[in-house]
Design a protein around this ligand. Structure first.
Ligand SMILES: [Zn+2]
Length: 422
């Protein structure tokens, strides 16, 4: 099969078959560690075997694929993504990366090619945070980063702990509890993940594929409170107001100015206040509200930019407190570190894009991926983004098979020709 029509037909069939296994009233639901997720792995296993690909399960009950002649390789490039989904999500988030890896194995087998370095493809379970709370459960347990508290997290629907779900699948929880990686980390030369882009960049730029420079880290506050003083909307003159809504507007417009400046300096940054509310019990058209609550989500690929915004947020709050005579109260901060993709891998993937006949394009990832976990565990990592319409985590995700195959070909070219030192 060449990466052309025959492959496109097969790719569509594979995606459609997997979608069938997890069909929901809208989109697909493939809960982490569920029977549906297991059925998807079993299906992929049969498909791979039908094409002469060797399969095995690992200690995390993930599915691994390799060329038969590379089955004994002690060190390998790990290629993969996850097969679980959010409830009523799209079919391509995660699955596209597993399929791309599998296609490279099938193509190599049919062409009788060896990879520059041995390749192992992995279909991981449990990446989405929806089901238990913690995200990247599969890759964290492989790399020894899943904590005790996370194992005690309860399933959103059945209330049973993550540990109990994992034990049901005979996953080696004792090693996880001991902080031991389920995957021998010395064996992983590199981690590569193909994933649909979850934002609009590639659609807007009319590009089918991109190389990812890094995965944004973040700091977040779920609930910041701005406390002012309630009053009559007609009776209190401006000079006597302590209006938390105008204070928040001030704060956000100040932060927005800094955001622009930071972007103009060439740094990466996105800011969001996704939840903003006055109290519905007391708010009214004719009342100055006494307080407002809002969330704040700041993401960047740069640790320095994150730290700068962390300081700036406090400074600007202080300014606004003085001018608007209000008070801000921060809840506890949640944060995750940015994960940069390895420069050598980025360069190799860029070359693979050129070899595929594409203009190399490099962009950051706004969403989190398993690649961040591998990168933060010290594995040189890289990602390939595929153009995808309508965002992700929803049933409207749309991936053209032509784009999928171009992304798979970039991966194939990286693995066969431009791969780094053995
Ligand atoms: Zn994903």
């Amino acid at each position: 099969m060449s990466m052309t029509t025959e492959f496109a037909t097969y790719a569509q069939k594979l995606f459609d078959d997997v979608a069938q296994l997890g069909t929901d009233t809208l989109g697909v639901s493939r809960p982490a560690y569920s029977a549906t997720e297991t059925r998807v792995l079993e299906y992929l296993q049969r498909e791979a075997q039908a094409h002469g690909i060797l399969t095995m399960r690992d200690a995390g009950d993930n599915l691994l694929f390799s060329l038969p002649e590379e089955a004994e390789a002690e060190r390998f490039v790990l290629v993969g993504s996850h097969v679980d989904s959010v409830p009523q999500g799209g079919n391509y988030d995660g699955l596209a990366g597993v399929a791309a890896g599998l296609f490279c194995l099938i193509k190599a087998r049919e062409e009788g090619r060896r990879f520059a370095r041995p390749v192992r493809v992995i279909a991981m379970r449990a990446e989405e945070s929806h089901w238990f709370g913690p995200c990247y459960i599969g890759s964290k347990s492989l790399t020894g980063q899943l904590g005790k508290a996370e194992l005690a997290a309860k399933h959103r629907e059945d209330g049973r702990t993550l540990e109990s779900h994992m034990r049901d699948l005979s996953i080696d929880v004792d090693s996880i509890l001991a902080g031991k990686p389920l995957l021998c980390m010395d064996s992983v030369l590199e981690y590569i993940e193909v994933h649909i882009e979850q934002g609009p960049m590639l659609v807007e730029k009319r590009l089918p594929v991109a190389v990812v420079s890094g995965i944004r880290g973040n700091f977040r506050h779920k609930k910041i409170t701005c406390i002012g003083e309630a009053g009559h909307s007609g009776a209190v003159p401006r000079a006597y107001r302590h209006d938390p809504v105008f204070a928040l507007a001030d704060l956000l417009s100040r932060l927005d100015d800094s955001w622009l400046t930071i972007l103009q300096k060439g740094d990466d940054l996105v800011l969001t206040s996704g939840m903003v509310a006055t109290d519905p019990q007391t708010h009214s058209l004719s009342r100055i509200p006494g307080k407002i609550t809002f969330s704040f989500d700041c993401r960047s690929q740069s640790d320095t930019a994150l730290e700068g915004m962390r300081v700036l947020l406090r400074e600007e709050m202080e300014q606004v407190e003085n001018t608007r005579r209000v008070r801000f109260e921060l809840d506890e901060e949640m944060s995750s570190a940015p994960a940069l993709m390895a420069e050598s891998v980025i360069q190799s993937l860029r070359k693979a894009m050129v070899q595929t006949g594409l203009e190399p394009f490099v962009m950051p990832s706004g969403g989190g991926h398993d690649a961040a976990i591998f990168a933060n565990a010290g594995v040189p990592s890289g990602m390939i983004f595929l153009r995808n319409r309508n965002g992700s985590h929803n049933p409207e995700e749309a991936l053209d098979m032509a784009d999928f195959l171009l992304g798979a070909e970039v991966l194939y070219n990286h693995l066969t020709v431009t791969g780094g030192a053995a």
